[in-house]
Structures are given as structure tokens and as C-alpha cells.
Design a binder for this molecule. Sequence first.
Ligand SMILES: C[S@@+](CC[C@H](N)C(=O)[O-])C[C@H]1O[C@@H](n2cnc3c(N)ncnc32)[C@H](O)[C@@H]1O
Length: 213
Amino acid sequence: MNSVSICNKWELPLLDGKGGHYRYLDTASRRNAECFLELVDGLRVASAVEYFGGVGIFSTIIQQVLHPFQHYVFDVDPDCVAQLRTIRGLQATHGDAHETMGTLQAELVVCDFATCTLRTVDEWPWSRVVAQRPRYIVASDTAIRRLGLHRSIYSRLASQNIHTFSDYVNAYSRHMWTRHGYSITRVAHHVYSYFLLEPGLSPGATITKVTAK
Ligand SMILES: C[S@@+](CC[C@H](N)C(=O)[O-])C[C@H]1O[C@@H](n2cnc3c(N)ncnc32)[C@H](O)[C@@H]1O
């Protein structure tokens, strides 16, 4: 049986599988987990829901660090769901996030999209998610790697000039505040970004670049 080392702290045994996040296990950076840990460490929540559970790397961090009383995890891929069901303390269910997002109430909502940027963020049912009034939302974003290439698209979408990553974060935050009443309070990133959103208008987000350990 294979396993994956999470933040050099936890070893997650893996069932054999091919779909969903299994396809990216060799290429996905270990720093994704470091970013997620950076954002959630210190939060106190009684319940969590993940709508893109993958193989359970973030689920393991949630179990080990946050110890929620209720922890629900969905994924659209059957191999991932089988793998998620090996992790103690959570309830894993097959489900497409287009339908599942916002169906459960939880204090922490995690959306680790396969890909998502300002260009596609509105394709997901955020209105249902925020209607459940979560205290925290973590959303992944893949724009940073090609920000230079797509600057003009993001600037047009945001109706403001986006030059730097910080400009992009501010624009994303304003977008979510205007539409859903949540804004970004913290960011952890390497070549992918993870945003922590909370209700209300944040004066500005703390941005942490996670380096290899
Ligand atoms: C970036 S991976 C998530 C990795 C996860 N955080 C972990 O710790 O293993 C994205 C996952 O989203 C799943 N996915 C893609 N589209 C989906 C959808 N529409 N609904 C639910 N899950 C989806 C994929 O199967 C994949 O496992």
C-alpha cells in the first residue's frame, strides 16, 4: 500500500486508485498541504465540510488539527470516496459539488477546486454556501501561475488594473464581498493559492508565501 506524507507530520495510507486527485498525486505539490495547514491552524470549529475531498490530505489535517465533532467530505470520483472512507472521524459521500455545495451546514467550508480562478468562480453555487452562514471558507485558486498571461482578462473582469498578486487577491476579495458578503482575510500560496474568507469586509488580507520545508 502506498502512502503520502502530509507536512512531514502525518502519514496517510492510500488505497489503490486512479481517478480524481489520484491522477495528480505525483505532480501536486506537497506545499498545497502546507498552505492549507497555514490557513486553518488555530481555527476553532465544531464542524467542517469539504466538497472536493480528493484522497483526504486536507481531511487528515482537519482531523488532526481541528478535531471537529462533525466532518463531512464529498468527491465526485469513486476511487477518492473509497479512499476517504478509510479516514476515521469523517463521513465521506459521493457527490458533484455543483449539487452538494451549500447543502450542509458547517462552520468551516473547504473548496479545493481542481482549477478555479476569478474567471470561473461564479460557476459554483456560492449563494447556497453562504446561505448556511459558515464562519470560515477556504477556497483554492490557480490564477497565480499564469497571472502575467491573463492579467488583462482579470483586469477586465474586476474592472480594475491587476498587476500584482496582491491586486488579484484584492479584486477576488471585493468580488466575493460584493456578491456574497464574505472577503479574504488570509492567503497562503506557492504556485497555487488558498484563500481564507470570513463574513464581512476585511481591511486587507495577510499574504504568506509558503516555501519548501
Ligand atoms: C485538488 S483535488 C482535492 C485534493 C484534496 N484537498 C485532498 O486533500 O486530497 C480536487 C478533487 O476534486 C474532485 N472534483 C472535481 N470536480 C468535482 C465536482 N464537480 N464535484 C466534486 N468533486 C470534484 C476531483 O475528483 C479531485 O479529487
